[in-house]
Design a binder for this molecule. Sequence first.
Ligand SMILES: [Zn+2]
Length: 249
Amino acid sequence: MFTDTHCHLLSDDYNNINEIINNAQKNKVNRFINNGCDRKANEEILNLINKYKEMYGAIGIHPTEIDDINDDDFDFIEKNIDKEKVVAIGEIGLDYHYEGFNKEKQQEIFRKQLQIAQNHHIPVIVHSRDATKDTIDILKEYTVSGIIHSFSGSLETAKIYIKMGFLLGVNGVVTFKNCNLKDVLKNIDLKNIVLETDSPYLSPVPFRGTKNEPKNVYVIAKFLSDLYKIDINDLATITNDNIKRIFDI
Ligand SMILES: [Zn+2]
């Protein structure tokens, strides 16, 4: 069985979450970490993890969702972070890709959430886009571990994150043509890798352009089992063991 360590299964994107979970189970994807990005998503995730046995939650404020947040949103995270099946603060981080976002505010909000994670001894799920250096520098200020979600950096960057105690989240991006991630991954031991989809985004080849679903973890697992020349069941065992090292799942 496989785990989707990073998806966004929310009613805004999916009319029928039951069906999405059934589709996943048919593809041997049996566990999910549903990631929040703002207050509304965080609240829905807390409800969904009560409803679905195989679903775990990460709650947090995404770096592109920081415009209207207030202290109450951090209190909400702090108040709910120790609840059963809430396994991480996420998705949090830095995104410098688009013009117009306030870097200083992103950094402040990232730090606030890292501080909560450190205080509560809970892992983080990190989004870092065009912001590698600041992400590494800020993470180093705290005693935290977790997942670098949608990792697509260089071998050197991968080694830094791994040394800091992070796992690398690999999704459909690895299947894209003209993507050199597979060459980087070949030099990284599988014990540092976890599987994810980032549903509804980043559908793998051959499903690009369609709405992604956790069932496609199987496509990514198959791609990696070919890349590493390892049996797909062994890959499932290794990546699930990796999750267990850091997450209370
Ligand atoms: Zn995401």
